[in-house]
Design a protein around this ligand. Structure first.
Ligand code: ATP
Length: 315
């Protein structure tokens, strides 16, 4: 491993996880992808990515799920560093350390978060003067959830999720996240969604499924900060597929609802489940009930919206 000299400059970026408060999935396109109406909310589970000078590109990771994070060129943070270096005609000579607290393969965009954080950390370390628009476009090339990790807050994603429109949020929402054992592969969940749609006999292509649209009631609830209205309008078209692949999620969703959550849904492609609650006190109560239920590995309380990728230390 390349060691960084003590006292060498280093840049640390903090980046939030996301929950999809609405994930409307259109029919399968001829290229195999799906158009989405994706309402992202950044929430307070964070990874931190530190970039430090090195002789080559190296990667380390710590945290409860660190053993599930690939440390080769497939890691999205490494790919982000290479993309930025290529964009500016530089060598990607950097050591990236990921302090990982976002569940891996949990439907909370952890890899995308690390990619956005690595881009910002490397741009700052290398002094590349990359504009926000350039960073956003590099993010979009890396993956459809990466631009949102850079901007944070709340946003509507269209297309494959990468065309972002920031959304106003009129308050703080309280959440509990139930972390499951093991992950779910996002492509496998989309495939199962298509399979379930085909099984209805009505078809799964763009000709069969209406174009995905954001819910006006949901956008209103975000704008006014009304948790009860948000609870009534949240939806995730991938939920039946995630539950079909991981039937035990039904018990987790029921445990949170019985404990008094305003609403329960699978986060993105799962298997993390998200519970919207009225306040911090309810969050602690629902989290304790979920932990006691034996239906999840652990439960975490937090709030959203959170700011996107942010430099927290430089020097
Ligand atoms: P999304 O919500 O965007 O669909 P996810 O939260 O379900 O994503 P990730 O945590 O991003 O899933 O991980 C998906 C897979 O990506 C992992 O199983 C892992 O093999 C790979 N991966 C690549 N880079 C990273 C990274 N920096 N952190 C975590 N996983 C990574």
């Amino acid at each position: 491993m390349t060691r960084t000299a003590p006292g060498a400059p280093r840049v640390t970026v903090r980046v939030p996880a996301k929950v999809n408060v609405q994930l409307a999935v259109g029919g399968r396109r001829p290229d195999g992808f799906h158009d989405l109406a994706n309402v992202f909310l950044a929430v307070g589970l964070h990874d931190e990515v530190t970039a430090a000078p090195a002789d080559t590109l190296t990667l380390t990771c710590t945290g409860p799920d660190a053993d599930q994070v690939p440390l080769d060129d497939t890691n999205l943070a490494a790919r982000a560093a290479r993309a930025l270096a290529t964009h500016h005609g530089l060598d990607a000579h950097v050591h990236l350390h990921i302090a990982k607290d976002i569940p891996v393969a949990g439907g909370m965009a952890g890899g995308s978060a690390d990619a956005a954080a690595a881009l910002l950390a490397c741009a700052t370390l290398w002094g590349t003067d990359t504009s926000h628009a350039e960073l956003l476009s590099l993010c979009a090339e890396l993956g459809s959830d990466v631009p949102f990790s850079l901007v944070g807050g709340a946003a509507l994603g269209r297309g494959r999720g990468e065309l972002l429109e920031p959304l106003p949020v009129g308050g703080t929402f309280h959440w509990v996240f139930a972390v499951a054992d093991g992950g779910l592969s996002t492509p496998a969940v989309y495939k199962e969604c298509d399979r379930l749609r085909d099984a209805t006999g009505r078809g799964a292509t763009t000709a069969d499924i209406p174009d995905p649209e954001p819910s006006p009631a949901l956008l209103d609830a975000l704008r006014t900060g009304d948790a009860t209205a948000l609870a009534a309008s949240m939806s995730n078209d991938l939920q039946p597929a995630a539950v079909s692949l991981r039937p035990s999620l039904s018990a987790t969703l029921a445990a949170g609802t019985e404990a008094g959550a305003l609403a329960a849904l699978v986060s993105g492609s799962g298997p993390t489940t998200a519970f919207l609650v009225a306040d911090a006190e309810d969050a602690e109560r629902v989290a304790a009930a979920l932990r006691a239920s034996g239906t999840c590995r652990t439960a975490r309380t937090t709030v959203g919206p959170e700011t996107g990728a942010t430099v927290i230390s430089n020097g």
